[in-house]
Design a protein around this ligand. Structure first.
Ligand code: ATP
Length: 375
């Protein structure tokens, strides 16, 4: 039995999550997959009522789960970032979800920023989710800072900071330090190479900027080379700028890309544009040995919340990603095939891609497609 916490959240979150749950109900029945759902009413309304973003009791409930399925968080009534940081980031940190998995697949029938030959798009980004420039190591040093403060700040990062800036006389400066640890790189790389093996792919593309940021990405490269050897799968090194170019010119050349945190953040949004927009993009925040969390890439989209206009495909594909991670790859594939077929056939399209199909009708079409398939 897989125990799943469901957090529909805010804005369009509840609408799209509802469709994902309907799809999960169908495959769980068809494939006899025991799934136990518990809905947790986290989000803006809960916060405004209780004054608490997430309680200790809720954290204890979550600790007992195998996975979390999330809709979206954010609400105009609440300070931007408060719910996202208080819930999303807290859970990512608490459960040490060090892999951000973002499949970028352009299905037939979906309009993309690219056309013609560029349509062969089926890549998976494995983004490191905890390190790099997101570790919060940085400071602003103003002109008013005392001499000793400047000396201390300088000492903190002096090892490689000899770039001819006279700290004492600068009006103000700011710095941010990126950190890659050997263990942090190794674990996400192991995940990427194992994923390649499970999908029968023989090449992993590593993204970095090792020609400029030589220390941190030099270490990253060493770990890529040893992971490649350990897993018996080829790897290639690409600079992030070249990857951005190839993603437009020849996206078909990439299958599995593994990237440090910052470059992954940027490239996966480019990926969302290539796959037809935010409504189509699923994601997983994964700890392969712990509790993972799955959510569509889009936010709460308050402009269309409650109107039945939201595209539920990203949420449905996130549910499929969850099943895959929980060991039900066959059911996950069937969901993806049902989505693929509905999009290919083209009768049902949500307004974000020029159609008139409502959120629930899109869900109906995918559920109907699934019911037609046998296990
Ligand atoms: P948040 O602050 O929670 O991130 P946001 O509105 O700033 O919300 P998104 O929700 O990610 O950012 O999306 C931006 C816009 O894209 C939305 O306002 C909406 O118009 C559109 N959009 C996002 N997701 C969907 C979807 N699933 N279906 C249709 N349109 C969507």
């Amino acid at each position: 039995m897989s125990r799943i916490a469901v957090i529909p959240g805010d804005g369009i979150g509840p609408e799209v999550t509802n469709e994902a749950l309907r799809v999960l109900d169908v495959v769980s029945e068809q494939d006899s997959i025991p799934l136990d759902f518990e809905e947790l009413p986290l989000g803006a309304s809960n916060y405004l009522e209780t004054g608490e973003v997430i309680s200790d009791e809720t954290m204890e409930v979550l600790d007992e789960k195998d996975a979390v399925l999330l809709g979206s968080l954010g609400d105009p009534r609440v300070k931007p970032g408060l719910l996202e940081k208080g819930i999303l980031l807290r859970l990512r940190f608490h459960f040490d979800q060090y892999v951000n998995l973002r499949p970028v697949v352009l299905y037939e029938g979906v309009p993309s920023a690219l056309s013609g030959e560029g349509r062969d798009i089926a890549m998976r980004f494995v983004r490191e989710n905890t390190e790099d420039f997101y570790v919060g190591l940085g400071a602003r040093v103003g002109k008013g800072a005392s001499r000793s403060e400047l000396v201390l700040k300088r000492k903190a990062y002096e090892a490689k900071f000899d770039i001819g800036i006279d700290l004492a006389n600068e009006e103000e400066l700011a710095y941010q330090i990126g950190v890659i640890t050997r263990q942090g790189a190794r674990r996400v790389l192991d995940y990427a190479f194992q994923l390649a093996k499970s999908k029968e792919l023989d090449l992993v593309t590593s993204v970095d900027k090792a020609n400029v940021l030589t220390d941190m990405y030099g270490l990253w490269r060493e770990e890529v080379a040893s992971a490649s050897e350990r897993h018996g799968i080829r790897s290639e090194f690409q600079y992030v700028d070249a990857v951005a170019l190839h993603m437009i010119r020849n996206p078909g050349r990439f299958k599995i890309l593994v990237t440090p945190n910052l470059f992954g953040d940027i490239l996966t949004d480019l990926g969302a544009a290539l796959q037809g927009g935010l409504g189509f993009a699923p994601s997983g925040n994964i700890n392969p040995d712990g509790v993972s969390m799955f959510e569509p890439v889009h936010g709460s989209a308050p402009d269309i919340a409650g109107l039945g206009l939201a595209n539920p495909v990203g949420a449905i594909l996130s549910a499929a990603l969850m099943l895959d991670t929980l060991g039900h790859g066959g059911a996950a594939d069937r969901i993806e095939k049902a989505v693929q077929e509905v999009l290919r056939e083209g009768r049902h399209r949500t307004p974000d891609v020029g159609g008139t199909t409502s959120t629930s009708k899109m869900g109906d079409a995918i559920v109907d497609g699934l019911r037609k398939t046998s296990c």
